[in-house]
Design a protein around this ligand. Sequence first.
Ligand code: TRP
Length: 342
Amino acid sequence: MENTVNTTPETKKKRVLSMIQPTGMFTLGNYLGALKNFVALQNDYECVYALADLHAITVRQNPAEFRKNTLSAYAMMLALGIDPEKSIFFIQSQVPEHAQLAWVLSCYTQFGELSRMTQFKDKSSKNADNINAGLFTYPALMAADILLYQTDLVPVGGDQKQHVEICRDIAMRFNNIYGDVFTIPEPYIPPTGARIMSLTSPENKMSKSDKDPGGCIYIMQSPDDIMRCFKRAVTDSETGHCVYACPEKLGVTNLMQIYSVCTGKTMDEIEAEFDGMGYGAFKPAVGEAVVETLRPIREEAERLMKDKAYLEDILRDGAERAAYAANRTLRKVYKKIGFVQI
Ligand code: TRP
């Protein structure tokens, strides 16, 4: 199917692009923090979303698990509302232009600037036995992801902001040499990006690598498991157990935020609702709200996972539409550089 981008200037929507690595299962933090926002953006922007599986192999993956996780991540994103008719939604490795442009851009990226990336320094100190070249050149691939689609806005969390900055630098450098080839993208920090913290160590972000498995909730987790985690969530030992938000009460504030995003209630409304009730009533109520928020997503993802033919159709269509858009940019780049065209 052809990409239906509206090209008349008055009505042209801005293009948004974001990708997420399909490693492991998505967490409640991924959902409330980033994915929910991906869904909302589809109404106002031309969105391109993808699973960044090429990025994921900078860390060794078990092939069977990797394949399964990628497919279920795709199904999960459809289930939570990524609309393959409205947006272009695909798997990165299925669109070869990403790897092709990444090589070109790596020749316009300096060793020195890659060496300054905090994520590289961080990841290489954690994976001292596998500091591969891909881990180092990762920002050039991410720049290719963004620039292939002439992206205006890139919704990212704070940890990826530096990568969007280097992408801008690479794009401007390229444009300075060859003329206006790439749109210069901007990082887009969503106005209501909920930052969900671990349930057991609320000073840390909710993460799959949480040492205590009770700290992290997964979109596909069973309601019983979810309820158990919320009942065990860390609050504080304050007498009176009042439900109110304040910076010192990290655990309670986090639970209130989760409850707020799931129910749409404000922090004031939540305080009033649980006035005088204590954490014993509050924690299971948050658990229930999360269970009910995730239930339709989990059920729909399970249904989709069984419908292999449908999933394959959507995957193929997404990859074709992405390749169509990506190829236009790549052709232009190849021509500007002086590669022989046939
Ligand atoms: N590097 C991002 C992460 O690890 C994922 C990613 C890959 C991405 N390509 C991107 C994010 C392009 C935004 C735009 O989370």
